[in-house]
Design a protein around this ligand. Structure first.
Ligand SMILES: Nc1ncnc2c1ncn2[C@@H]1O[C@H](COP(=O)(O)OP(=O)(O)OP(=O)(O)O)[C@@H](O)[C@H]1O
Length: 592
């Protein structure tokens, strides 16, 4: 270490100005140990606590969800209808934050999609977080674009299969010509062996593709039981309806050698188009053209600017392009309703009566048990066909969840015994929130790592609890409206000056002075009393009503959060930071 820094120092002494850059780059190029000053070496040298910290982050989707098997099974029982080609009932999922709603729903949808691939039943799941995507326009636009992308991908796969079918046809024709320069199809026994390999491959390819004739057509669906990768000639009703039956026995070929010369439906058994829906090269080429035209016609929806009707119609067409069951998962659905009413849900829930090829089913996820009160009764009954409740976890369940994760997250021996029970207990007090429990465990690990400890102990968990709480306070205070910030600042100033049992009148007087100082509107005392109650509800201040005997009742206010940190957050607001000398204001509390 010391060697490193000495060398680095001497480099710096020798160079000046622009030359310094080039010398440093040279060092970097050399890549030897002497080129850095060991800023990170110390940190890296400590024994790491974590084996895989990502596992504790909210973005990680666990493979196992202990204590949620009832809810997961119920969801699967409802959604299995999609794998039978039927429309699953809509589902509403309720539960407080951190009770595993999103994780469980994502887990089930992953399983659903992979099983649907396994059995070649077309089924798509789309997830939307309505806290981010919170208007009807955005929801529909996002869905439209996702389905357009899916359709394009499917078309690309189909085109690739068809192009390779054309190649196989070319090879086949060339081989036939070579075998039989006079035009007869030489498929007699003696030639079978020589011809078998490429044709068998082609036939296999074609059969594989053909089994997937499944979607987009009114005429037929043959999806069940075919292999997952089969993506063949699906899509257009027109091309399909003009195609011959795909049943192999429709034109028996006797193997005597004249099949190629006979009419086009009588393909020899080793013909690449046999057991495909196509009877000629032209048929394949026409289908390619048609798919390319479809692909061209898709128009991506811009994120703003179109009339909502147009967005809806593009979304509708994109969903209905293929035969499939579509599950739309709307997480934080209450935020969407709160922000933009229930129009989106109304439109989505009535789609099925108009869709021709596909079916839509909705899973809504909400923290707010009461949000359906704001829904149109028709939407409410359609959306809530099935309801699944996620109860809060208790401390034992949280302990199990943490233990599962910690096995992967931490190095052996990095956790002392009481850490997980303590994290679970803290989080159980917070309405059984698994996210909070995982945050605590991760933060405790980070604090231990930062202090270069080898194991995480109870103290780290307590520090983590304080840190998370403080982070929450900072976030809440930072995002308060200016008027609330002024009221809170007034309370802080009073506390800082040793005033105990602060009452509303005192807060109001200081608040008024602060408003004048920064040219803000002054609210009425009644309104300020409301703002104090809001701060109380957010857990930032504690306001209790006390009786003063014959002088009536008053509120006694005290700060519930750390004073200095909160003041620092308030002063980081550019408007409040203009207030320079606050001391004289304190006198104002005696004024009236
Ligand atoms: N049973 C469980 N097993 C393992 N991890 C879980 C379990 N339940 C929840 N989690 C984890 O807890 C965190 C929060 O879960 P999730 O996001 O599913 O909660 P939520 O109920 O959807 O909360 P919110 O309503 O706030 O979105 C995630 O990291 C998730 O992986």
């Amino acid at each position: 270490m010391s060697d490193d820094s000495e060398t680095a120092d001497s480099d710096e002494v020798e160079i000046d100005g622009t030359r310094g850059f080039s010398t440093n780059f040279e060092n970097a190029d050399l890549g030897d140990e002497e080129s850095n000053q060991g800023l990170f070496d110390d940190l890296l040298s400590g024994e790491p606590i974590f084996e895989n910290k990502e596992v504790l982050r909210p973005s990680y989707t666990p493979h196992e969800l202990p204590h949620r098997s009832d809810q997961i099974n119920k969801m699967a029982t409802i959604l299995v209808a999609a794998l039978r080609g039927e429309t699953p009932s809509n589902i509403l999922i309720y539960g407080k934050t951190g009770t595993g709603k999103t994780a469980s729903a994502k887990f089930v949808s992953k399983e659903l999609e992979s099983t649907s691939q396994k059995y070649s039943v077309p089924c798509d799941v789309e997830y939307i977080n309505c806290e981010v995507t919170d208007t009807q326009y955005r929801v529909l636009a996002q869905l439209a674009n996702k389905f357009i992308e899916k359709n394009e991908n499917r078309i690309d796969e189909q085109l690739a299969t068809l192009e390779s079918l054309l190649d196989t046809l070319d090879e086949y024709d060339a081989t036939v010509d070579a075998r039989n320069p006079h035009g007869a199809n030489a498929d007699d026994q003696s030639n079978d062996q020589a011809a078998s390999d490429p044709f068998e491959v082609a036939l296999e390819d074609a059969t594989e593709s053909q089994t997937n004739v499944s979607s987009g057509d009114e005429t037929e669906s043959e999806s069940g039981g075919s292999p997952p990768e089969a993506e063949g000639y699906s899509g257009s009703s027109e091309s399909k309806s003009t195609l011959p039956s795909t049943e192999p026995d429709s034109t028996p070929v006797d193997g005597t050698g004249d099949a190629a010369a006979s009419d086009s439906t009588a393909l020899p058994p080793d013909h690449p188009l046999e057991s495909t829906p196509f009877e000629s090269r032209e048929g394949v080429e026409a289908r390619i053209e048609e798919l390319e035209a479809d692909r061209e016609s898709f128009e991506e929806v811009p994120m703003t600017g179109w009339p909502t009707d147009r967005v809806y119609s593009v979304f509708f067409d994109a969903v209905d392009y293929d035969e499939r069951v579509v599950v739309i998962m709307l997480d934080e659905i209450d935020k969407l309703v709160e922000k933009s009413g229930d129009d989106t849900l109304y439109n989505l829930s009535r789609m099925n009566s108009e869709l021709e090829n596909s079916r839509v089913s909705i899973i809504g996820i909400s923290n707010d048990l009461k949000f359906t009160d704001f829904l149109d009764p028709r939407v409410k009954s359609s959306l809530g066909e099935e309801e699944i409740v996620f109860p809060p976890y208790d401390a034992n369940q949280l302990r199990d969840i943490l233990e599962h994760r910690s096995n992967v997250a931490f190095k052996d021996g990095a956790l002392s015994e009481d850490v997980i029970p303590l994290c679970a207990a803290f989080a159980a007090q917070e309405h059984g929130d698994a996210r909070r429990a995982l945050d605590l465990l991760r933060t405790a690990g980070e604090l231990a790592e930062r202090s270069q400890a080898e194991t995480i102990v109870e103290e780290h968990v307590r520090q983590a609890q304080d840190k998370i709480e403080l982070d929450r306070v900072v976030e809440v205070v930072r995002t308060l409206p200016t008027q609330s910030k002024l009221v809170l600042f007034a309370i802080i100033l009073l506390e800082k000056n040793g005033v105990h049992s602060i009452n509303t009148g005192e807060v109001f007087n200081i608040y008024k002075r602060l408003c004048e100082e920064i040219d803000a509107d002054v609210l009425t005392q009644r309104r300020v009393t409301d703002l104090i109650s809001e701060l109380d509800m957010l857990g930032i201040v504690n306001a209790v009503v006390v009786s003063k005997g014959r002088y009536g009742r008053t509120k006694e206010i005290s700060l519930s959060v750390p004073l200095e940190e909160t003041e620092a957050v308030l002063l980081s607001d550019s408007r409040l930071s203009d207030i320079d000398d606050v001391q004289p204001f304190i006198q104002a509390r005696f004024e009236n």
